[in-house]
Structure formats: structure tokens, C-alpha cells
Design a protein around this ligand. Structure first.
Ligand SMILES: NC(=O)C[C@H](N)C(=O)O
Length: 322
């Protein structure tokens, strides 16, 4: 029998540090994305529709490092990565190093649904997008003043690139279980600030940036991609759950291993087939929101967990009102 905790959707807006003046934008962004995706699930929509909807909204929100607002590479250009995975069939689709696309996650979904491949990159991904009728957008339209300012700051001779990298990471992701018990995940990112041209991170790599399996659950990750890949963080957490750990314990032990073994910080959102969920991170902050049983849950700092009725948009994120 299906759990009465379904449907559920959990969303993150990236592990890292959110400057104070941007915290309200980040928290309101994840809250409205979770609310919108929850509406789809309540209307009988699929978990895949819900996660793509949530991540599309976050890609369209310049507060996050995905779609518009993506960080710039060393040349001042944008190269984005995205992944979706369907827990029913274990089908996945990804794109990496795409430039002229407003919503890489929608393109990743088309890779899953319309090709026999799991990942398309760079120019090939653009060609495929054109063939699918996805409009090209100028890269400049995805670049914000904020991302250009951070790029320039990081080019300066006295810049501390590591500190900057661990600054606002802002990758976005979603995991969901629908009323039929189907599970899906989606993750999207502009990657790491001032990265090398052609650098592909963890996000489009199945098992690292995300994983979904109806039999176990789903995870979407954020954090330093090179270290996430060393421990295949998403699949590691699901492996912990296969061994009997709860969503929370499995997420915490996955993040703890990443810290102790490869000195990496990050964050994850996790669901299981019953609708248990967790939003955990080892970074200073991670904007997250979850929607379940007509209740919106959200937080930004470790230990924070605010709740409110989902139909009460006025009182969203009261803690973060400027
Ligand atoms: N913000 C992030 O989470 C970055 C992403 N994981 C990457 O390394 O590309």
C-alpha cells in the first residue's frame, strides 16, 4: 500500500555561503519552487514533471547558479551541466557544458526521452537542442551583474580562488515521490566559479549529481564537484539506505565520509519511497524547502526548520524578510 506521506517534493538552492542580502531571495526561491512542484504532484502529475518544474523555476531565478545567474568560467563564459533520472526505469538524461540554453534540465529530459544516450555535451547538445526546437538564447542574457562582478573579483591578483569557490555555490536540485510512488531527481548548475573551459563537474554524472531508484529513493547533491565525484555521493547515500539507514542518517554519513575521506563540503536532499525526506549539508548554509501534507518546510542554516501552511504565501520565510 502506498504511504499517506505521499506526494512529497524537496528542493535545494546550493550548498555554500549565501551573503546576507541574498538570503531572502534564496529562501523565497526554493519555497516557491517547492510549492509549484507540489501543486503538480497534488494534481496527479508525475515526479519527473515535478522535479523538472521546480528546477526550471530555479534556473529562471537569477539568485541561483543555474540557468540565468550561472557562474562564469575563467574566460567569462557560461557552461552549464544538468541531470534528470527516472526512478521507475533507471533511465537518465544529462547535458554538460551547454551555453545557449535557458533551461538545461529540460534539455537533459529530452536526452533521456528522445535519444538512446545518457549524456550529450557542448556543441552536440546544442545541435540536439536545435533539432528539438528549443530556442537558443544569447549567453549574455544568462549573465548577471553579480556573476560578472564575482568573476572579475576572482581574476584579481590577490584573489583567493578557494575561498571564492566555497562562496555562493547555488547549484539547484529537486527530488520527488508522486502519488503512484514513482521517484525522480533533477540537478542543474553553472558549475564552479572561474572553472577551466570544458570543465564538467559532478552534476551531470549519474550517481554523483543525483540518482533515483523507486526501490530505494532519490538524492540530488550540491557542493565541490571534484570531491563529490570521488565518493559518488548520491549513490553512496542510497547505498547507506539499502543497508537500512534512514534518509537522515544515510545523508549525514555520506556527507561525513566526503568530509573525512576527501575533505569536501556539500549538501544533499534525499527521499525514500515512503515519503521520508531529509535536507542535510556540511557547508555553512544551504537554502532548501520541502512540501508534504499541505505543509511547507524550509531553512537556510544548520538546524533551522520552519514550517507553514502551503496555502499561506504571505508568511513565506518570515525569518528572512529584509
Ligand atoms: N554549486 C555546486 O554545487 C557546484 C557543482 N556541484 C559543481 O561542482 O559543478
Amino acid at each position: 500500500m502506498l504511504s499517506d506521506m505521499l506526494p512529497v517534493v524537496v528542493v535545494h538552492g546550493g550548498a555554500g555561503f549565501v551573503p546576507r542580502q541574498r538570503s531572502e531571495l534564496s529562501v523565497s526561491g526554493v519555497c516557491s519552487a517547492a510549492g509549484s512542484a507540489y501543486g503538480i504532484l497534488k494534481g496527479g502529475g508525475s515526479s519527473m514533471d515535478a522535479v523538472v518544474n521546480a528546477v526550471t523555476l530555479l534556473e529562471n531565478n537569477p539568485a541561483f547558479n543555474a540557468g540565468i545567474g550561472s557562474v562564469l568560467n575563467v574566460r567569462g563564459d557560461i557552461e552549464m551541466d544538468a541531470l534528470v533520472m527516472d526512478g521507475k526505469t533507471l533511465a537518465s538524461g544529462a547535458v554538460s557544458a551547454v551555453r545557449n540554453i535557458a533551461n538545461p534540465t529540460q534539455l537533459a529530459r529530452l536526452v533521456m526521452e528522445k535519444t538512446s544516450h545518457a549524456c550529450l555535451t557542448a556543441e552536440g547538445a546544442s545541435q540536439f537542442a536545435r533539432a528539438m526546437g528549443i530556442p537558443e538564447v544569447p549567453v549574455e542574457s544568462l549573465i548577471t551583474d553579480y556573476s560578472r562582478m564575482r568573476w572579475q573579483k576572482n581574476l584579481a591578483a590577490d584573489a583567493n580562488p578557494v575561498e571564492c569557490q566555497m562562496g555562493k555555490m547555488g547549484t539547484v536540485g529537486a527530488v520527488a515521490v508522486d502519488t503512484e510512488g514513482n521517484i525522480a531527481c533533477a540537478t542543474s548548475t553553472g558549475g564552479m566559479l572561474n572553472k577551466m573551459v570544458g570543465r564538467v563537474g559532478d552534476t551531470p554524472c549519474i550517481g554523483s549529481g543525483g540518482y533515483a531508484d523507486n526501490n530505494i529513493g532519490a538524492v540530488s547533491t550540491t557542493g565541490h564537484g571534484e570531491t563529490i565525484m570521488k565518493v559518488t555521493l548520491a549513490r553512496l547515500i542510497l547505498f547507506n539506505m539499502e543497508k537500512g539507514q534512514s534518509v537522515e542518517a544515510a545523508s549525514d554519513s555520506g556527507l561525513a565520509l566526503m568530509k573525512s575521506r576527501v575533505d569536501g563540503l556539500g549538501g544533499v536532499i534525499t527521499v525514500d519511497p515512503q515519503g521520508h525526506w531529509a535536507a542535510r549539508f556540511s557547508s555553512l548554509q544551504m537554502a532548501w524547502a520541502a512540501a508534504q501534507s499541505d505543509t511547507l518546510h524550509y531553512g537556510l542554516y544548520t538546524g533551522e526548520h520552519f514550517t507553514q501552511n502551503i496555502d499561506d504565501p504571505e508568511s513565506h520565510y518570515p525569518k528572512y524578510k529584509a
